[in-house]
Write a new protein. Structure first.
Length: 372
C-alpha cells in the first residue's frame, strides 16, 4: 500500500511539473519577440570580402552588386558586381572606380555609400563624395555628390544627377536611397547632418527637407554591439542621424530612422513630394510608428513586411504596420553589424555585414541571404 501511495505521489509531482513547463512555454510564445526568432530562418552565405562594404543591390535577373565606402587609406574599388562568392569585377568599369582627385568628380566614384535596383531594373549608385579618414569626414568634394543611373541591359551610365547646396551641405553624407518609379522621385537620407533629400529624377532638381526637425536627428543613444561601446577612430562615440530609409509597396509612405535612436518614423509621400508644403507642415504630419532596437538598413519584403537590421543583437527584425513591437526573424554571431538589404526577384532577402564596431576585424565582411 505504501508503495502504491508513493507511486501516486510521484506521478502527481510529474503532472505538476509538466503543467509548469507548458505554462512557461505558452508565456514565452506570447512575448514581443525579444526572447528569440519567431521563425528559425537559416542564413546562407553569398559572398566574403576582405574590404568593408555597406550597400547591396540585386537585379531582376539576380545579378548582385555591392559597394565599398571610401573610409580608409588605400581605398580602390567603389562599386562591384559579384560573379561568385569570392570574385568580383569593377562596375560599370575601372574608369568609374578610379579617383585620384584630379579627374572630373561627376564622372568618377569618390565615396559610394549605397546601391539600389529599382523595379524597372536600373541600378542607382549614391555617391556621398565625402570620404572619411580616422573617423573624420573630409568634406564633400565639390561637384562629386551624385546619383548615377545605370542601364543593366547595356551596363552603361544613362544619367548622372549632381547635388549642390542647399540640397546638401558641405559636410553632408548621403546615405541611402529609395525610388518611386512611377513618379520618378528619389528619397535620400543625410546621415551626417540629418535631413531628407527629395530629388526629381527627370529634372535633377533636389530639395532638402526636415533639416531642422528632431525626427531626422540622432537621439544620442550610445550603441553597444557585441559588448563594444561603439566609437570612431578618434575615440568619440559615433553619432549617425537619419540613415535607413524605405518606401512602402504602394509608394504612399516613406519610412526612416536614425541609427543612434529607437524611433521609427513615416511621412506621406504626397506631402513630401509637394514643393509648396513647408517644413513645419511636414513636421506636423510625421508619424511616430514606435520604438525599436537600433537598426541601420530597412526594406519591405515581397510579403509586405518591413525588415530592419538589429545591429546590437546580430539580428534581423520584422515590423508589421499597426503593431507595437518587432520580432527577430534571424540571428547569428556572423551577423556582425548587419547593414543594408536587397530583395531578390524570388523574394529572397540579402543583407550585408559591415562590422563598423570593430576596428580591425578578424573575420571577413559577408553577404548573407534568407527566405522570409
Amino acid at each position: 500500500m505504501n508503495n502504491y501511495l508513493k507511486l501516486i505521489h510521484c506521478r502527481y509531482q510529474m503532472l505538476l511539473w509538466l503543467i509548469f513547463i507548458i505554462f512557461i512555454s505558452c508565456d514565452n510564445n506570447n512575448n514581443d519577440g525579444d526572447a528569440g526568432p519567431d521563425n528559425n530562418h537559416d542564413l546562407t552565405l553569398v559572398a566574403n570580402s576582405s574590404s568593408q562594404w555597406t550597400g547591396i543591390a540585386v537585379s531582376q535577373t539576380s545579378r548582385t552588386f555591392a559597394n565599398y565606402p571610401n573610409w580608409k587609406e588605400g581605398h580602390t574599388l567603389s562599386v562591384i558586381e559579384l560573379t561568385d562568392t569570392a570574385n568580383k569585377r569593377p562596375y560599370p568599369n575601372e574608369a568609374w572606380n578610379t579617383w585620384t582627385g584630379e579627374q572630373d568628380p561627376s564622372e568618377h566614384f569618390i565615396c559610394v555609400q549605397s546601391v539600389f535596383v529599382d523595379q524597372q531594373n536600373y541600378l542607382w549608385i549614391l555617391d556621398a563624395a565625402n570620404p572619411q579618414r580616422k573617423g573624420e569626414y573630409l568634406g564633400v568634394v565639390p561637384g562629386g555628390a551624385k546619383l548615377v543611373k545605370i542601364d543593366l541591359n547595356t551596363n552603361t551610365v544613362v544619367k548622372t544627377i549632381v547635388f549642390h547646396e542647399p540640397a546638401i551641405e558641405k559636410n553632408s553624407y548621403l546615405n541611402d536611397i529609395r525610388i518611386d518609379e512611377a513618379r520618378q522621385i528619389g528619397y535620400i537620407t543625410d546621415s551626417n547632418e540629418g535631413a531628407l533629400v527629395v530629388v526629381n529624377l527627370q529634372s535633377g532638381e533636389a530639395r532638402r527637407c526636415l533639416a531642422q526637425d528632431p525626427t531626422t536627428k540622432s537621439e544620442n543613444r550610445i550603441l553597444t554591439v557585441e559588448g563594444i561601446k561603439v566609437r570612431n577612430e578618434k575615440g568619440e562615440y559615433i553619432n549617425f542621424h537619419s540613415d535607413g530609409i524605405e518606401i512602402n509597396p504602394d509608394k504612399s509612405y516613406i519610412y526612416w530612422r536614425p541609427i543612434n535612436g529607437e524611433s521609427l518614423y513615416r511621412l506621406s509621400t504626397a506631402l513630401l513630394n509637394d514643393p509648396n508644403v513647408t517644413d513645419s507642415t511636414l513636421s506636423a504630419n510625421v508619424q511616430h510608428m514606435g520604438d525599436f532596437p537600433p537598426s541601420d538598413g530597412m526594406i519591405f519584403g515581397k510579403n509586405g513586411r518591413l525588415y530592419l537590421t538589429s545591429i546590437e543583437e546580430n539580428a534581423v527584425r520584422v515590423y508589421d504596420e499597426g503593431e507595437s513591437a518587432t520580432s527577430i526573424v534571424t540571428q547569428g554571431e556572423d551577423l556582425k553589424w548587419p547593414d543594408s538589404f536587397a530583395v531578390g526577384p524570388d523574394g529572397t532577402i540579402y543583407v550585408t555585414t559591415s562590422q563598423i564596431h570593430i576596428k580591425n576585424p578578424t573575420q571577413p565582411y559577408r553577404i548573407f541571404k534568407f527566405q522570409p
